[in-house]
Design a protein around this ligand. Structure first.
Ligand SMILES: Cc1cc2nc3c(=O)[nH]c(=O)nc-3n(C[C@H](O)[C@H](O)[C@H](O)COP(=O)(O)OP(=O)(O)OC[C@H]3O[C@@H](n4cnc5c(N)ncnc54)[C@H](O)[C@@H]3O)c2cc1C
Length: 439
């Protein structure tokens, strides 16, 4: 396979954004390729970033296919916006739109979740009891946030009165997180930030909100009243060593304490304490603000289906796809797109953008009687915000190589205004173009 050639020639998610609208329009590969006739039944689970985008791409590439999309939600959430909402830079409405507005007209949308999935029988049963038989299945359900895993915590607690944030839960919870951060950075005290022990979507987001809150306290002239503590259950602040070192350097410079191998077990909202499992002992810490991020897992219906890895991520249930073709290892008519994939990197919307042409290629090629050739190289990107107005545009692959979209122009590990603009302005336009199948 021409892996190196393909990956070397591709440009990053944000690279397209930076090149502006003309480049976005040029990104419409599906419309340029010839249509393939088929009567295949294609079922897509989830209408989030991956599901909506692949529905549009397949609708463009195939003629006569019966494409069905299942999702029990009515709202589409632009989740990269949650961090901006939680920092008071956007309202909750910034991340909300209607799912149906993103889907092509010639598909069937069923506003229900998959409740049962039998890949032996090629069949799904919805929460409303409808039975759907498929020839090809695309799993793009994203993750489930396991809030119950944190003892004493409930999403109803989030807000300024309690000092509890939950930036990941929803646009409304992100807005309440901002209200709590606003109060903390005005009144001062101890702010606890951190990440869960499982694989997670956008592993940079817990770090970004820490940096933003610290910057906001500074701007308000209240930095000396606030203590910032970041905890991680692992041994690093970021999974890619060179980025870990840079994040640690910034935390040192800005007097943000970090604790390795600290896993959040429980919180007591009345006493305002959090209890952690640490290498030495069980540690209880008092806080004035805490940002809670739940452990993340595959939805139960996926975990019960037999699609998950049997010997990896057993407590999380990510599906067993080939890390380059994204085709299921045991069920070749099943593909994965997005956060649900059991691959070593890539739980970002930016990765979804590079999952899409791969799955489209292998699926459409098979229908056309050819073999697909495109491969996913692990591309993951996250504009790592360090202050309001500054970010580092980190992009990397499976081998932990930095793969900048603008080599020589935008240094990935420098805090730049242009990288901030990528996150604050360009990312949403590119994401929307991706949903339409055009980027
Ligand atoms: C706080 C935060 C910040 C982020 N920041 C960035 C960033 O800066 N850059 C970036 O690239 N990415 C970022 N991300 C990650 C990005 O949002 C996700 O990686 C991306 O949305 C994954 O797409 P997906 O299609 O896999 O899942 P999603 O977009 O989450 O969509 C999954 C869909 O599946 C549906 N579903 C679930 N279960 C079922 C079922 N049983 N049946 C049918 N449908 C089901 C859900 O209702 C949902 O609509 C961030 C995420 C968060 C939470």
């Amino acid at each position: 396979m021409e892996f190196d050639k393909l990956t070397a020639s591709r440009r990053g998610f944000l690279g397209l954004a930076g090149a502006g609208g003309a480049a976005l329009a040029l990104g419409g590969a599906p419309a340029e390729a010839a249509k393939v006739r088929t009567n295949a039944r294609i079922l897509i689970l989830g209408a989030g970033a991956g599901g909506a985008a692949i529905a549009n791409r397949l609708s463009d590439r195939l003629e006569g296919a019966q494409i069905t999309v299942l999702d029990g939600k009515q709202e589409h959430w632009y989740q990269p916006g949650f961090t901006l909402i939680a920092a008071g830079l956007r309202p909750a409405s910034y991340s909300k739109s209607s799912i149906t507005g993103w889907l092509p007209r010639d598909i069937t949308f069923i506003n229900e979740y998959a409740a049962e999935l039998d890949p032996e029988a090629n069949r799904v049963v919805t929460t409303g009891g409808q039975r759907i038989d498929y020839d090809y299945l695309i799993v793009s359900t994203g993750v489930v946030l396991d809030w119950d895993a944190i003892e004493g915590f409930d999403l109803s607690m989030v807000g300024p009165e309690t000092g509890i944030g939950a930036q990941y839960a929803s646009p409304e919870h992100a807005a309440k997180t901002w209200a709590a951060i606003d109060r903390f950075t005005s009144e001062g005290g101890v702010g606890l930030f951190g990440r869960p022990e499982t694989e997670m979507k956008c592993a940079g987001a817990p770090v970004k909100i820490t940096f933003l809150a610290e910057d906001i306290a500074n701007t308000k002239g209240n930095r000396d009243k606030c203590e910032f503590i970041y905890t991680t259950p692992g041994g690093a602040l970021f999974g890619v060593p060179v980025i870990h070192h840079r994040v640690r350097q910034i935390m040192d410079e800005r007097d943000i304490t970090y604790n390795y191998r600290w896993k959040l077990l429980s919180i007591d909202a009345q006493a305002k304490t959090a209890t952690f499992d640490t290498p030495e002992f069980i540690e209880t810490v008092e806080w004035d603000f805490i940002n809670v991020i739940a452990p993340q897992r595959a939805p139960q219906v996926i975990r019960d289906s037999g699609l998950s890895w049997a010997d990896r991520w057993t407590d999380e249930g990510w599906i067993e796809v080939d890390m380059q073709t994204l085709r299921h290892a045991r069920y070749p008519n099943v593909f994965g797109i997005g956060d649900i994939n059991g691959v070593p990197k890539g739980k970002t919307a930016a990765s979804v953008k590079w999952h899409l042409p791969v799955v489209e290629d292998h699926l459409v090629s098979e229908i056309a009687g050819r073999e697909g050739t495109r491969l996913f190289d692990g591309y993951t990107s996250c504009p790592l915000i360090t202050r309001v107005g500054r970010a580092m545009l980190v992009e990397f692959d499976y081998q932990d190589n930095l793969v900048p979209s603008f080599p020589g122009l935008i240094a990935p590990l420098e805090e730049l205004w242009i990288s901030w603009l990528m996150k604050e302005v360009a990312l949403k336009a590119t994401y929307n173009a991706m949903l339409r199948g055009r980027a």
